[in-house]
Ligand binder design. Structure first.
Ligand SMILES: Cc1cc2nc3c(=O)[nH]c(=O)nc-3n(C[C@H](O)[C@H](O)[C@H](O)COP(=O)(O)OP(=O)(O)OC[C@H]3O[C@@H](n4cnc5c(N)ncnc54)[C@H](O)[C@@H]3O)c2cc1C
Ligand code: SF4
Length: 619
């Protein structure tokens, strides 16, 4: 017999780098979704699942089963995943998809047997509940539900995966799990990447439950648990409304339950219980309850402990907010962190603006750049040549905009932002330093460059256009990026922040391990101490690390701070480093939390996201 076909190691390594942020499960670039994924919404049929499948086959963890053959042959090499994944991570998964097809071809040509997995009794019972097509015990499917890049957990193969379509199917599955002693876990899009959605038993994947009902008179959207933030925001925006959402591929229900959905909009729309009017759950006995029922468990309270969630959320009535047609996104540059934080706090307590966040050089350069290489070149230009260490991002109406213009010496409004972004490849030249040195002045370079009268000069030098912008990507993607950036919303700061399609670029170089801490915003000393400690500990363990963002909450009394560690999740030595760093980080945060009011790590809020924010911000 011929030598067994093999997937090249180079291809396996690309596949193993999949970040699992589920961005290929939403149509954020209007390319259309992966067609087989859309038709069969198991993660296994989406590009993300195919990447795992490739890794599992190449390592010999799973055999070539019937489901593997079906998944691989359903790919039509349309290339949509290449564009979506490149936009976020810079990776080109098409090589993986093509290699999988080649592998299957050779395998079948050699007359090898495709492994058939027999249905067992439990699977039969599950299929009676959800239908034959929607439950599986095939290892090729199971493997795509077995891990994420979280460095402190390893592969955990479930025995079954099932995709219910209705609440009553969930109820019956929970009762079945109780009777048969099979543990279960519920999964939205698996984008928490904290090892939360894995089990040795049954994974309940909610991706077939996609109903959205808009009730405009009551400012509500009722969503089923498979609806993503992106999908809901699209529906809301079509009516001139907005929902407080965070990551676009996160399910709305999963995000509320898991983290309470914090975002830059949390400044005005809040977090936790502020997000919804009511939610429906199925508890671990299979009973259905609504949070607004008097007899329901009190999930609005908070306990300083790692707790399980109240159950499976089967629908949420989420608040929708009005917008005005003069909203604009602006960026306010600052030379230091403390000045930026103080300004953000001031905006919040004066009730100026809607979304507010303090961003640092890493996020700014990475979010704006279509490639890692350009992000690497633009950051020193921002920081060293232009003197911008931090920027406060604000979405506000025209009144907020004029108030802010009167508070600071320089502002990047949306028109200037568009010029800078579309001219980014030309902005990334160090000659700015020399040019700006020519202005003998005690003002910061950005104060000079971002004056209104400099706009014609900037336009002449940067040649901002979708074509200029596209120069920064691989040549075969030029046309695609140029077409993409002809759409004005791709440079509209309000749209970009509502739909957040660029935030997961933060992990373009490596997967992020994010720390989120609620902080008292009037205690700059505490905030700076936390940032310094994260840096010191990260550096000590040779972990790439950087400041993430900070958003004010509740009229500037509190805020939420993100600091990120970046790791190659495929390198076991990086997990060791994280584990060692955690030994120092946890007592540091617990100690601060015990001694300073308002310091609370998100770790204790996970699964208590329905609680009132007051019960963790002020206790
Ligand atoms: C790049 C990146 C940036 C992020 N930024 C933010 C941010 O700014 N703000 C923020 O809030 N989060 C953020 N997150 C975290 C992430 O979006 C949330 O954890 C979100 O819950 C993921 O949604 P999901 O549907 O993929 O949930 P999953 O990962 O599938 O599930 C998360 C948890 O919720 C449970 N769960 C899921 N659905 C339900 C349900 N219907 N009922 C009960 N429990 C359920 C799961 O069992 C699991 O414990 C970020 C994540 C990434 C990758
Ligand atoms: S190339 Fe294959 S995996 Fe990628 S989007 Fe098209 S069908 Fe899906």
């Amino acid at each position: 017999m011929d030598r067994e076909p093999a997937i090249p190691e180079e291809i396996r390594q690309i596949a193993a780098q999949c970040r699992h942020y589920a961005m290929c499960k939403i149509d954020f670039l209007e390319t259309g979704l992966c067609p087989p994924g859309e038709a069969r919404p198991y993660v296994s049929f989406f590009p993300q699942g195919r990447m795992d499948l490739c890794d599992g086959l190449a390592k010999g963890i799973i055999p070539l089963t019937e489901a593997a053959a079906e998944i691989i042959s359903s790919c039509n090499l349309c290339g949509r995943c290449d564009k979506q994944c490149h936009f976020v991570t810079g990776m080109r998964p098409m090589r993986v998809m093509a290699a999988l097809k080649e592998y299957l071809d050779v395998y079948l040509r050699q007359g090898r047997k495709v492994v058939k997995i027999e249905e067992d009794e439990r699977l039969r019972a599950l299929r009676k509940i959800v239908g034959k097509e929607w439950a599986s015990n095939d290892p090729a499917v199971l493997f795509t539900y077995a891990n994420d890049p979280f460095p402190l957990a390893s592969i955990r193969m479930p025995r079954y995966v099932a995709l219910p379509e209705k609440r009553d199917e969930i109820v019956r599955m929970i009762q079945w799990a109780g009777d048969s002693g099979v543990p279960y876990i519920v999964r939205g899009n698996g984008g928490s990447v904290f090892g939360f959605v894995f089990t040795d038993g049954l994974v309940i994947d909610l991706n077939r439950m996609k109903g959205i009902e808009i009730d405009p008179d009551n400012w509500l959207a009722r969503v089923e648990p498979g609806v993503t933030s992106f999908e809901l925001q699209k529906k809301a925006a079509a009516r001139g409304l907005r929902v407080n959402t965070a990551e676009p591929a996160a399910t709305v229900c999963g995000n509320i339950v898991c983290t309470g959905t914090f975002s830059t909009w949390a400044n005005v729309y809040g977090v936790g219980a502020d997000n919804f009017v009511d939610m429906e759950f199925v508890n671990s006995r299979g009973d259905v309850f609504r949070l607004n029922d008097k007899s329901s468990p009190n999930v609005f309270s908070f306990e300083h402990a790692v707790l399980p969630s109240p159950g499976i959320c089967t629908s949420a009535s989420v608040k929708m907010h009005p917008t005005t047609n003069d909203e604009e996104g602006i960026l306010v540059p600052f030379p230091s962190f403390s000045q930026a934080v103080s300004f953000a706090r001031d905006l919040s307590r004066r009730r100026i603006g809607l979304a507010v966040g303090v961003l640092g050089g890493h996020y700014l350069s990475t979010f704006m750049s279509p490639s890692a290489e350009l992000a690497g070149r633009i950051r020193p230009v921002l920081e060293e040549a232009l003197g911008i260490e931090y920027m406060v991002f604000v979405v506000g109406d025209s009144y907020a905009r004029s108030a802010i213009a009167g508070m600071v010496p320089a502002v990047i409004d949306n028109r200037l932002f568009r010029i800078l972004m579309l001219g980014l490849p030309r902005l990334a030249h160090r000659q700015w330093e020399e040019f700006l040195r020519g202005f003998e002045t005690d003002r910061y370079p950005y104060e000079i460059l971002f004056k209104e009268e400099m706009i014609p000069f900037l336009e002449a030098i940067l040649s901002p256009s979708p074509e200029t912008f596209a120069e920064a990507v691989d040549e075969d993607l030029w046309e695609f990026y140029a077409r993409l950036y002809r759409r004005s919303h791709m440079t509209d700061l309000v749209w970009l922040n509502m739909f957040r399609i660029i935030s997961s670029r933060m992990s373009r170089n490596k997967h992020m391990f994010a720390f989120l801490i609620y902080v008292p915003l009037n205690r700059m000393d505490v905030i700076q101490h936390i940032v310094d400690e994260f840096k010191r500990i990260g550096d000590r363990h040779s972990i790439s690390n950087d400041y993430g963002f900070l958003t004010p909450l509740d009229l500037g009394k509190r805020g939420i701070l993100e600091y990120d560690y970046y790791i190659d999740h495929t390198d076991p030595s990086e997990s060791v480093k994280i584990a060692k760093a955690m030994i120092e980080i946890e007592p540091m945060l617990d100690g601060l939390s015990a001694s300073v009011k308002g310091v609370k790590s998100l770790k204790y809020i996970f699964s208590q996201g329905c609680s009132r924010k007051e019960s963790w911000l002020y206790t």
